[in-house]
Design a protein around this ligand. Structure first.
Ligand SMILES: Nc1ncnc2c1ncn2[C@@H]1O[C@H](COP(=O)(O)OP(=O)(O)O)[C@@H](O)[C@H]1O
Ligand code: SF4
Ligand SMILES: [Mg+2]
Length: 379
């Protein structure tokens, strides 16, 4: 039987050729769920990677939208749906994707600010996914978050000194008598003048406020920091200063970052590894160089093509994605990207592609990439 090629329309002439013409998508979805479960169960037994400070396996976070009277979920939104990755100590993992693809939910779930629906989260070798709030309390100082909006994330009636002293007191980071000195040193490291100590957040610009937020996150000496779009609300002229501050602090304190952004140039500058998310799933993941030199997933290629190329001698083709992002409440069957993918094939509409390692550490979930690799091997 001759296989349908990409973009071949299903017509009367080729309907017989279409192995998916009478395909039972519901049955396939059931099979797929079974296979996924089996894979997860066997992965669950694997020991954590000793080199990774954070290893996430098959992470899921579903928000229940509707329940029966007995509390059984009727409909849910799969904000994070089977995401896996690893980060080493001192590295920055950049997470990219359009708004609503689950970046924030993923970051918060990794820090256990949301209880995961499923999956494993190994932090320094221990699976914290099932930890209760009491067990998490001891880890809170080791994992922190910097939010996108520095305007709403600071208490308006506290001085900078009080804002920064609060977590130091709560977690007993230094003896009481040394708190002020500790806070002033922290302020200096974050580029804040000592006389800001008595001032209030409203007296500062966005950039200065974000410095205060960064200082507050670092006050408890964390090892892992989720930076959720930390520069997106700032003027472009200020963004570089904050990014450089984060980079310097990372070097001095051996911090590991998960850096969430929809801005590829920022992610390219700061990251060691990059993960690309679409509708709750990680579609491509790998080292920065590998991802930028050899993007494989059609969504990654489309995202990259939207960034203007500063080199006029290099020809760059802008891939325009058709349609809007589908609703995560009712995502498309098969590959979730198939409604917008320029390389869509018939199989993509029915069977979800597996997230596979193509080169060492370079993972992609795409049928087209799988076929291209097979064709290459057969040549
Ligand atoms: N608390 C919540 N309850 C229900 N749905 C949510 C909640 N938080 C986020 N979502 C939904 O989850 C999806 C992912 O959101 P989010 O993680 O904020 O994406 P991103 O950060 O990539 O913009 C969106 O469709 C959003 O509407
Ligand atoms: S699996 Fe198919 S639809 Fe999905 S990204 Fe690959 S080619 Fe496109
Ligand atoms: Mg977000």
């Amino acid at each position: 039987m001759e296989e349908l090629r990409k973009d071949d329309p299903i017509t009367a002439e080729n309907a017989d050729n279409n192995e998916f013409a009478n395909y039972d998508d519901e049955a396939e979805a059931g099979r797929e769920a079974e296979e996924r479960k089996k894979r997860e169960e066997s992965d669950r037994l694997l020991p954590p990677d000793e080199d990774a400070i954070l290893e996430v396996r098959h992470l899921k976070k579903y928000f229940v939208l509707k329940k029966t009277l007995l509390g059984k979920p009727i409909s849910s939104l799969k904000a994070v749906d089977d995401v896996s990755f690893k980060v080493k100590e001192g590295e920055t993992l950049g997470i990219v994707g359009e708004s609503g693809c689950g970046k924030t939910t993923m970051g918060r779930t990794v820090l256990k600010l949301y209880q995961p629906t499923g999956g494993q989260i190994f932090f320094k070798g221990k699976d914290i996914a099932g930890y209760k709030s009491k067990e998490m309390r001891a880890l809170r100082t080791q994992m922190q978050i910097v939010f996108q909006d520095p305007y709403s994330s600071l208490p308006p009636r506290s001085t900078v000194g009080d804002i920064l002293a609060e977590p130091v007191k709560v977690h007993g980071i230094v003896p009481k008598s040394q708190i002020k000195e500790y806070v002033l040193s922290l302020m200096e490291q974050c580029g804040l003048r000592d006389y800001y100590y008595e001032r209030y957040p409203h007296e500062f610009s966005g950039g200065q406020r974000q410095r205060i937020c960064i200082a507050r996150a670092l006050a408890v000496n964390p090892e892992l920091v989720v930076c959720d779009e930390p520069v997106s609300a700032l003027d472009v002229s200020i963004q570089a200063q904050i990014i450089n501050l984060l980079k310097n602090l990372q070097k001095k304190r051996k911090l590991t970052y998960i850096f969430i952004s929809h801005d590829l140039s920022v992610v390219k500058y700061i990251s060691d590894k990059i993960g690309i998310m679409y509708l709750g799933s990680m579609v491509e993941f790998g080292n920065k160089k590998e991802i930028f030199d050899n993007p494989m997933h059609p969504y990654t290629i489309a995202l990259f093509s939207a960034v203007p190329n500063p080199n006029p001698d290099e020809k760059s083709e802008h891939v325009i994605l058709k349609g809007d992002i589908p609703s995560p409440v009712n995502p498309p069957k098969g590959c979730k990207f198939h409604t917008r993918c320029p390389s869509v094939m018939e199989i993509c509409k029915h069977i979800a592609p597996e997230y596979k390692e193509y080169e060492e550490g370079h993972f992609v979930a795409c049928h087209y990439c799988e076929q291209a690799l097979k064709n290459k091997e057969n040549v």
